[in-house]
Design a protein around this ligand. Structure first.
Ligand SMILES: [Mg+2]
Length: 120
């Protein structure tokens, strides 16, 4: 069981993620709608793992990823984004994201990626 922070500006994406993760026995400990909230919540909650969107208002997922890694170099962040943002996905992995998930994703893909990163 992992304590998970969900970050996406779209509510329905987080609803899908929440349902899949809770059904697999994980716990959602926070829910942010932009990078700024993600950074604040990360520092406050110290989740085991973060599922992070890239394209969001205020502070985007790449910037939030970098800030979180500055605060906690061991942070486990999985980036979720559309393949049309291929460059940003590549950038995210280069910046320290542990994995990425391409939207639209299946429940199986989400859970297997999360479990893989947790085992690292
Ligand atoms: Mg978005």
């Amino acid at each position: 069981m992992a304590r998970v922070l969900l970050v996406d500006d779209l509510k329905f994406i987080k609803q899908i993620e929440r349902k899949a993760l809770e059904e697999s026995g994980h716990q959602i400990v926070g829910d942010a709608k932009n990078g700024l909230e993600a950074i604040q919540l990360y520092m406050e909650i110290k989740p085991d793992i973060v599922l992070m969107d890239i394209t969001m208002p205020e502070v985007n997922g790449l910037e939030a990823l970098k800030k979180i890694l500055t605060f906690d170099p061991d942070a486990k962040v999985i980036i979720c984004s559309a393949l049309s943002h291929e460059k940003a996905l590549y950038q995210a992995v280069k910046s320290g994201a542990k994995e990425y998930i391409v939207k639209p994703f299946t429940t199986e893909r989400l859970i297997s990626t999360l479990n893989k990163v947790l085992e690292q």
